[in-house]
Design a protein around this ligand. Structure first.
Ligand code: NAG
Ligand code: NAG
Ligand code: NAG
Ligand code: NAG
Ligand code: NAG
Ligand code: NAG
Length: 296
């Protein structure tokens, strides 16, 4: 029994580790083929920049831009990150931390790169891309699956996105908005949409950027169940499954998620435990010497 208890504790700790927030790379681009040499001043400045960005994930609007090195000199590096409007500071920090590592892995010795996770975007360059004029690349990522009635679906998407743009652009702190719309004819299908701009864009700049992005989103591929268009200064995304935290529900669902996770872990552990116990009993009956648990 003590052994089983120890196993249960072990499995619980394992499952707890597994439920830590995980971030997934969405898209990235190593923008310019011009490169820097290892251990050069540029690399030193780049590392300083990434360090500085990471230390500012506490910014209340989830956005920070900065530069290292002498401005306008060849070794200067400019950079910024933007976290998705609905994520907590902890998730934002987690995301920028992961992006800081990935961007150097994916684009080694490249002077200019951008990398998107679901929860944040990180970008650096040897040239100043502020305020909003420098706007490549525009990346896309669609779900491969199709909806049943594409024409109707695209109409609904267009209507929903239009409302989203105005709401996101009007905000001053974090320029983002979410909107859900029921899909008629499917009892429990809901369209989930999300749009966000860099918070330092003006209302007009944000509207422009999002209009561009949503137009591409609706024309590049049609009739998909999900998709996103990612521009350095703004992005829009839609899915049938909920992929963001509704502001009103955030605190409630955070608690709920933790509840569900621990409940799932507990139930899972008990099932695994019962299964092993059952096998052990059966193995004993069958006189099988190998005992997967008994062996240390
Ligand atoms: C890449 O960088 C070089 C050197 O700074 C520049 O001349 C060129 O226009 C850049 N290419 C692109 C695609 O931005
Ligand atoms: C860069 O510097 C580190 C430590 O100073 C050294 O170990 C490494 O070999 C250097 N790399 C190159 C490519 O010079
Ligand atoms: C965030 O952290 C940095 C460095 O740790 C600090 O200098 C800055 O004042 C903090 N900003 C906010 C808004 O708390
Ligand atoms: C969106 O903006 C990009 C870059 O400014 C431009 O090349 C593209 O044609 C625009 N697309 C649409 C659909 O407005
Ligand atoms: C849209 O789709 C075409 C291929 O059909 C692709 O070449 C293009 O890069 C896509 N993305 C954007 C942002 O327009
Ligand atoms: C350090 C730096 O380049 N900061 C810039 C961040 O973005 C704002 C708004 O575009 C600029 O005014 C700052 O100069």
């Amino acid at each position: 029994m003590a052994k089983l208890f120890a196993i249960l504790i072990f499995m619980l700790s394992f499952l707890t580790l597994q439920t830590e927030p995980t971030v997934t790379i969405s898209e990235y681009s190593c923008l310019n083929s011009s490169t820097f040499t290892r251990n050069s001043t540029y690399e030193v400045n780049l590392d300083l920049l990434l360090e500085s960005l990471l230390s500012h994930t506490n910014a209340s609007n989830g956005f920070f831009n900065t530069s290292t090195g002498e401005p306008r000199e060849a070794d200067a590096v400019y950079g910024r990150f933007l976290c998705r409007g609905d994520v907590s500071k902890d998730v934002c920090t987690e995301c920028v931390k992961a992006a800081r590592v990935s961007i150097k892995e994916k684009c080694p010795v490249v002077k200019e790169a951008i990398l998107w996770y679901d929860e944040c975007v990180l970008q650096y360059s040897y040239r100043n891309f502020f305020p909003a004029s420098y706007e490549v690349p525009i990346l896309e990522n669609y779900n491969r699956r199709n909806v049943n009635e594409p024409a109707k679906f695209m109409k609904l998407l267009e209507k929903t996105m239009k409302q989203l743009i105005t709401r996101a652009a009007k905000r001053s702190d974090k320029k983002y908005a979410t909107k859900e719309a029921p899909i008629k004819g499917y009892s429990d299908a809901t369209l989930h949409t999300f749009a966000q701009c860099r918070p330092d864009l003006s209302m007009a700049q944000c509207e422009d950027c999002l209009q561009n992005v949503t137009l591409i989103l609706q024309t590049n591929q049609t009739g998909k169940i999900g998709g996103r268009i990612l521009r350095p200064s703004c992005f829009a995304r839609f899915e049938l499954n909920p992929f963001y935290t509704d502001e009103k529900k955030r605190h409630f669902s955070a608690k709920l998620a933790i509840g569900i996770t621990s409940a799932t872990s507990a139930v899972g552990s008990i099932c695994v435990m019962l299964w092993f116990t059952f096998r052990r009993e059966r193995n004993k009956r069958n006189n099988v010497e190998e005992d997967p648990i008994g062996k240390k």
